[in-house]
Design a protein around this ligand. Structure first.
Ligand SMILES: N[C@@H](CCC(=O)N[C@@H](CS)C(=O)NCC(=O)O)C(=O)O
Length: 254
């Protein structure tokens, strides 16, 4: 193989072009692009994730089914044995430790970035799940769709049809808007600690939590119901639309 160093990023496919929609994979894609690491994405069918990841030696991320999840990476460098890793936060730590420049934890702000990521999970990802998980059926087909329909209730503990039925839609929207307002308040309250245009970074470059939030917003925009992004993108002084605009240099799907 004519390479010194190469990374394979494992993602799950969809009918979109490009297929990338999974929020946890977007976190890693942003980091690979930001660090300009040589990589390519292998898009897997949902039912093939476990077989492919176990065959390359990526560890399971869960004790129960599904045990294997994307993102996973295979990091191959000439002269050392290939390293297979799974779980977006483990992969982020590995990439920043192994390829430290530019850092996603500038000034060693790892703990603070993880605190912001937890807030994003609580205020953005969890409220959006109820809307995006059921609408994901619209971007899957064939074996992927069959697998998704058969496994979501076991994965999430709630049937797809109970997540966003007409009588719950207002409450789900209220939860999403409230979550965004809470995150916006957190961002505004820490404005003095930032030097550049980013929401969570103390320096001119983006940091880990900026990528985590970007990943959630891309997921919502690409896999959520038609028109949902238009309803939130200019809320909270246009923060969310602005973040995706300034993240564009790191959005390439390779
Ligand atoms: N904690 C894991 C969660 C990853 C995860 O849940 N990935 C989903 C796609 S976003 C998956 O691979 N699901 C496999 C399945 O449902 O069978 C991480 O952060 O990487």
């Amino acid at each position: 193989m004519a390479f010194k160093h190469f990374i394979t990023l494992y993602d799950v496919r969809s009918t979109l072009d490009p297929p990338a929609w999974s929020p946890n994979v977007w976190k890693v894609r942003f980091i690979l692009n930001f660090k300009r690491l040589p990589y390519c994405t292998q898009f897997l069918a949902y039912p093939d994730i476990a077989g492919v990841l176990s065959s390359v030696g990526a560890p399971p991320t869960r004790a129960e089914m599904p045990q294997y999840t994307v993102p996973a990476i295979l990091d191959e460098a000439e002269g050392s044995s290939p390293l297979a890793l799974s779980d977006s936060s483990h992969i982020a730590m590995h990439l920043d430790k192994t390829y430290p420049e530019p850092s996603i934890f500038p000034g060693g702000c790892h703990r603070e970035q993880m605190r912001y990521a937890a807030a994003i999970h609580k205020h953005v990802m969890l409220p959006m799940l109820h809307m995006v998980v059921p609408s994901t059926v619209d971007i899957l087909e064939g074996r992927d769709l069959d697998y998704y329909l058969a496994t979501r209730e076991g994965f999430l503990g709630i049937a797809l049809e109970d997540m966003f039925p007409p009588h719950k839609q207002q409450a789900v929207w209220d939860g999403i808007l409230r979550g965004l307002d809470e995150l916006a308040a957190l961002i505004d309250s820490s404005r003095d600690h930032r030097a550049g245009p980013w929401m969570f970074s103390p320096v001119e470059n983006p940091s880990y939590a900026d990528f985590v939030l970007g990943a959630m917003l891309i997921w919502f925009r690409r896999a959520g119901p038609r028109g949902c992004w238009d309803r939130i993108c200019r809320r909270n002084d246009g923060k969310w639309e602005h973040l995706l605009q300034i993240l564009e240099p790191y959005m390439e799907v390779l």
